[in-house]
Design a protein. Sequence first.
Length: 167
Amino acid sequence: MINDLKTSRGVNEQAELTKRVIIATAISTQDLPVCNAMNERHLAIKVVMMPRDTNPHGTIFGGVLLSYIDQAGAVGAYHEIRRLGHGDQPIVTVGMKSVEFHRPVFIGDVVSFWTRCTRVGKSSITIHVEVQAERVGQTEKLTEAEVTYVVVEEDGKERRPRRIFEA
């Protein structure tokens, strides 16, 4: 009986806590800027793939593409932050999510890294990067990824996340 009361009270407390978190989240995100409403893409980087970037199979090494994806995402993040009316701010990569290699990339491919903002948070911005190449007159999607960056404040030895858009 006592355990049933504890369990019941715990469930009610958990439900109340969940409700408070939802309300707090809704209130705290009301004033956040939104990504480009037209969902426009931005050409962040265009690169010719070179022989030095190959793996033992003769295609471009995935790590080379990941490096370019990270750079393109940062260029896209800066572009979006400027579009929203704010100057350049120091950003660092905090995560890459759902990287998908759809097709191999070959030596000589002219590869375009297109970016699109998918989310702006208090201190972070998430960018979708799509990697394409023109082949025989057709555009082919080669790779895509979601990359999240956080704005940091540096004071000598330490880096801390800070709000992207200060009032």
